[in-house]
Design a protein around this ligand. Structure first.
Ligand SMILES: Nc1ncnc2c1ncn2[C@@H]1O[C@H](COP(=O)(O)OP(=O)(O)OP(=O)(O)O)[C@@H](O)[C@H]1O
Length: 269
């Protein structure tokens, strides 16, 4: 199939800007994500990363430009039909979850949309799916723990399991490793890496500030600074010391060690 098939890309942004108070939070961005790709959005605080993710999740309409998500034009489709096809994990969403619900209930309720309570009776098949995702995220021992009592790392892993529950075609992760200690980060990076390398897993877009959080299996990087995309493409061609220095606004050395990345600044003269 030709050009029309290309347009059914997972995500397509054409000349997209988001303007608030006369300022472009995202400035003239064109970007496409194809099936099977796993993207990292990398950039400093305030660069526009979350804004891009909010567009990809259909929650934010751009001021100008065109957006197509999972083959549907934003503005031309009922977003309530689109949203179950998109999985999202972010601290903003986590803040809206019931702190009293158990881990198992937190994941199960995803199958019934954000507002559903857990008193409903769930199908056995849903419960089996929820247990399987929690097992994959290393949460099997904590199914009955209340969400509000979890550590930051346990919360993040529960949120990823929850985001997978609706069998999404697009998985969006906003800073999944933020606030985790070294062990927690490495554990999550390994699990996200396993997901990223799974050919049956959905297309993924992960927002981060740190190259250390890029799991093996992620295929593409988008660098953003002050709302402008500096570069977007395969990990190895985009993640250079020069590009990262430009993006974060100071001299940085990025190194690849095996299938992981590290970055550090140069000593002051
Ligand atoms: N509704 C809004 N009105 C005005 N400015 C906004 C609004 N939402 C976000 N911003 C600003 O837009 C810029 C981009 O925000 P965004 O949250 O997308 O950045 P980010 O790259 O995710 O940052 P961080 O890494 O700090 O989370 C920031 O300067 C933010 O203050």
């Amino acid at each position: 199939m030709g050009e029309t098939a290309r347009m059914s890309d997972v995500l397509e942004l054409v000349d997209v800007s988001v303007v608030r108070d006369g300022r472009a939070l995202v400035n003239d961005v064109s970007w496409s994500v194809a099936e099977g790709e796993r993207w990292v959005i990398l950039g400093p605080n305030g660069a526009g990363k979350t804004t891009l993710l909010n567009i990809a999740s259909s929650y934010l309409f751009p001021t100008t430009g065109r957006v197509q998500i999972l083959g549907e034009k934003l503005g031309g489709v009922d977003v309530f039909e689109l949203r179950p096809r998109i999985g999202m994990a972010s601290s903003a969403l986590a803040g809206k979850l019931s702190q009293r619900a158990t881990v198992l209930q937190t994941v199960l309720t995803a199958a019934y949309g954000m507002t559903a309570g857990w008193q409903e009776s769930y199908e056995d098949v849903d419960e089996r799916r929820a247990r399987a995702f929690l097992d994959r995220l290393g949460m099997s021992e904590m199914l009955d723990r209340r969400f509000g009592t979890l550590s930051e790392g346990e919360r993040k892993r529960t949120q990823v399991a929850r985001a997978l529950m609706t069998d999404p075609e697009l998985l969006l992760l906003d800073e999944p490793a933020a606030g985790l200690d070294l062990g927690g980060r490495e554990d999550l990076v390994r699990r996200l890496g396993r997901l990223a390398r799974d050919p049956y897993a959905p297309a993924m877009i992960m927002v981060t500030h740190h190259v250390e959080e890029i799991a093996p299996g992620f295929t593409h990087v988008l660098l953003i600074r002050q709302g402008k995309v500096l570069d977007a493409g395969p990990v190895d061609s985009v993640l250079t010391s020069a590009a990262l220095s430009h993006c974060f606004g100071l001299p940085l050395i990025v190194e690849r060690q095996g299938d992981r990345f590290t970055a550090h600044g140069l000593p002051l003269a």
